[in-house]
Write a protein that binds this ligand. Structure first.
Ligand SMILES: Nc1ncnc2c1ncn2[C@@H]1O[C@H](COP(=O)(O)OP(=O)(O)OP(=O)(O)O)[C@@H](O)[C@H]1O
Ligand SMILES: O=P(O)(O)OC[C@H]1O[C@](O)(CO)[C@@H](O)[C@@H]1O
Length: 325
């Protein structure tokens, strides 16, 4: 029996520990593990290799993905998916484990419908934006990187009595910005999920500055720029001209996607992969996504994952409401 693993979409910390556990666990179960390099692009190009212990030795602590990732235009095309299927056939692979976001799951769902290749999707994206799961691999590491950066930026802002605007990733989802704002003690948090009123926030900040505030930390989700009118540059202008404080902006960018996986992401990687392998080995297993809710792993259908948009839970949003008023 042969199973292959691939990583797709944005990489994240935790992918390497997952790949290592995949290989180790398969060997332990006397299953042949294969590695598909370069995500869906590699699947199309036949960049597939039987795994050895050497391929995964010493990768537990490394960020990113050793087998690399891709976003593939070609995979939307049946002709290339057929080529991908033929590549798998050459190696006798009929089961796939994919680490990625919901786009990657949709890709393999289409592939399953075309050629019957079963798969299990493991949520792995720093955005934490997949419907049906409270946690996606890589989020804890990304949050810790944002925390470290924000703590450092606060040091220099406080030294100059400045404001700082820190833009986080997350696509349309404000999860990274929200949790970072709460846990880094930000004064302002702007995310697509929460209405905010610059006039009201401005009044509060001016009063606080009058009372001796030495710095302002403003965390903003990249999704705000896309979905609303307030871009990071506009926030800088507003802080300088309306609130009256010298301001610097930092767009954290891809630094949030790299870095050594935290203990939590290493452990989650191991658990996600182990349960996924156990599930896909079952005779009656259907293609599905492994999700993590209330400290438990479960399997849900792709249709379920695609049925709705991920929403940040209200209790968490409530913790940040004072930062938007
Ligand atoms: N309906 C589809 N049919 C075929 N391929 C698809 C489909 N949807 C997505 N894909 C493929 O899946 C790839 C990964 O999707 P996407 O770029 O949205 O990232 P993702 O898996 O959602 O991860 P992230 O959240 O990190 O961006 C796409 O580049 C594309 O090749
Ligand atoms: O690395 P790329 O292709 O520029 O994609 C960036 C996007 O990927 C993510 O890092 C993960 O989905 C988003 O937060 C971000 O908007």
């Amino acid at each position: 029996m042969a199973i292959a693993i691939l990583t797709s979409g944005g990489d994240c910390a935790g992918m390497n520990p997952a790949i290592k556990q995949f290989v180790d666990y398969c060997f332990n179960k006397k299953i042949e593990p294969f590695l598909i390099y370069d995500g869906l692009e590699g699947l199309i190009d036949g960049n597939i290799k039987k795994a050895s212990y050497d391929d995964v030795a010493g990768i537990m602590h490394e960020g990113g993905t050793k087998i690399r990732s891709s976003r593939s235009k070609r995979f939307f095309d049946l002709e290339y998916r057929k080529q991908a299927f033929e590549n798998l056939q050459k190696h006798g692979i009929d089961k796939l484990i994919i680490l990625g976001g919901d786009g990657s799951f949709r890709a393999l769902d289409q592939f399953y419908k075309d050629f019957g290749i079963k798969f299990i999707g493991i949520p792995a994206t720093i955005d934490n934006d997949i419907f049906g799961t409270e946690y996606c691999l890589g989020v804890d590491t990304a949050l810790n990187i944002i925390r470290e950066a924000t703590d450092a930026i606060r040091d220099t802002s406080a030294s100059f009595k400045r404001a700082c605007v820190i833009e986080t990733m997350g696509r349309d989802c404000g999860y990274l910005a929200l949790v970072s704002a709460i846990t880094c003690g930000a004064e302002v948090c702007m995310i697509p999920e929460l209405d905010y009123d610059l006039e009201v926030i401005g009044k509060r900040l001016k009063q606080e500055l009058k009372e001796g505030r030495k710095y302002i930390v403003c965390v903003v989700a990249e999704g705000c720029s896309k979905n609303r009118c307030t871009t990071t540059n506009e926030l800088v202008r507003w802080l300088e001209e309306d609130v009256g404080i010298e301001t610097r902006a930092t767009i954290l960018g891809h630094i949030q996607r790299g870095g050594n996986p935290t203990v939590y992401d290493r452990l989650m990687a191991s658990e996600f992969v182990t349960f996924a392998i156990e599930e896909i080995l079952k005779e009656d297993s259907e293609s599905s996504v492994i999700v993590y809710n209330k400290s438990e792993f479960q399997f849900v259908s792709i249709d379920y994952v695609n049925s709705s948009k991920y929403e940040i839970k209200k209790e968490l949003l409530d913790l940040a409401r004072r930062l938007v008023n």
